[in-house]
Design a protein around this ligand. Structure first.
Ligand SMILES: *Cc1c(COP(=O)(O)O)cnc(C)c1O
Length: 350
């Protein structure tokens, strides 16, 4: 009876942060950018030729990949474009992590990694970060089937220096090492220049956070041509047309306005530094952040209680019921006004 059930791929899915439907929520729970995308994006949408929707989009995503290559001083063949970095990372897992030896990623890191590993049946191990949530490069000296970590790390906001990444690469020339740079624009040092030196390094970035475009779904990977070609072959074996015509057009527009981009980042960084002080005043310890969010622990109150209190008052932050981090809140840096509302509600908390 019901033996068909034996052949179902049973997985426990990744659970993204809540997207509340009600109005008036101060939404500091999914690391979205509180400011709009570059003004050119709006103009591009208004001028979009809807007749072109009859036609399939460019499966090679050539124009956007070229624009990214110019931006990062790479070549077109060094760039892979996908539907948000989640899609790019999933493709990379499928393409590069096919060893029977476990892949490695930190015990506290992006919780999607273990979900993909389970989905694709990739064995994995999670070396523990130290008590300050820093990586010990020596944990990655052992034999493995590949390495992935976010830098800055999510959900901790901690950024590792390029020296550490170089150290890990020097000890792992025989596997693919992926650095997930979803938050790198908020003050970290990117590993992109190391691509020229290490043919086994893949760097993944996204338009979702620093470019205020989580809703359009654009992510990209950068690496040597053989890595990128291998990812393209996997993509073309699965779905040739992942990127739609809107996204391809708008992505190019978003890259053009450097001034807007930099002003936007500067505002968020300044609000972040202010927020550290405001939270410390209220009894929180805050990890040093190079991202658009803070990871904070209160000296006397349990994070889960503060989380629920804030939520009742329409201030949404993120709380993870996971080992080691269940007494932390992850707070996205919003506008000055949103942050004021957060401080007000924290002051109301008894
Ligand atoms: C947000 C995030 C992503 C995914 O972003 P996309 O919206 O899919 O581009 C990937 N990695 C980390 C660490 C993130 O925080």
């Amino acid at each position: 009876m019901n033996t068909w059930k034996n052949n179902i791929r049973m997985v426990v899915p990744y659970v993204p942060g809540e997207q509340p439907k009600k109005a008036g929520v101060v939404k500091l729970n999914t690391n979205e950018n509180p400011y709009p995308p570059a003004p050119g994006v709006k103009a591009a949408l208004e001028n979009f030729n809807t007749d072109s929707l009859r036609l399939y989009p460019d499966p090679d995503t050539k124009d956007l990949a070229e624009a990214l290559a110019v931006y990062y001083e790479l070549k077109y063949e060094n760039v892979f474009v996908g539907v948000g970095s989640d899609d790019v990372l999933a493709t990379a897992f499928m393409t590069f992590f096919n060893s029977k030896t476990p892949i490695l990623f930190p015990d506290v890191s992006y919780s999607f990694y273990s979900v993909w590993a389970e989905l694709f049946r990739i064995p994995y191990e999670r070396p523990a970060l130290d008590s300050e949530f820093k990586m010990n490069p020596k944990d990655y000296y052992r034999e493995n089937g590949g390495i992935i970590f976010p830098n800055p790390n999510a959900p901790t906001s901690v950024c590792e220096p390029l020296d550490l990444i170089r150290d890990i690469l020097d000890h792992n020339r025989d596997v693919v090492v992926i650095v997930d740079e979803a938050y790198i624009d908020f003050g970290g040092e990117s590993a992109v220049p190391l691509i020229q030196e290490y043919d086994n390094l893949l760097v993944v970035q996204t338009f979702s956070k620093s470019r205020s475009m989580a809703g359009i779904r654009i992510g990209y990977a950068m690496g040597n041509r053989e890595l990128i070609d291998a990812m393209k072959n996997v993509k073309f074996s699965f779905n040739s047309y992942t990127m739609n015509r809107f996204a391809l057009d708008i992505g190019i527009e978003a890259l053009k306005d450097k001034q807007y981009f930099e002003d936007n980042l500067a505002k968020i960084i300044s609000t972040r530094e202010e927020a550290v002080k405001e939270l410390e005043k209220r009894g929180f310890t805050v990890l040093e952040s190079k991202a658009n969010f803070l990871f904070a622990q209160h000296s006397t109150h349990y994070a889960g209680d503060i989380f629920r209190f804030l939520k009742e008052r329409n201030v949404y932050v993120r709380h993870f019921n996971l080992p080691r981090i269940d007494n932390y809140l992850r707070i996205t840096v919003g506008t000055e006004e949103q942050m004021k509302k957060l401080y007000e509600e924290l002051d109301n908390y008894k």
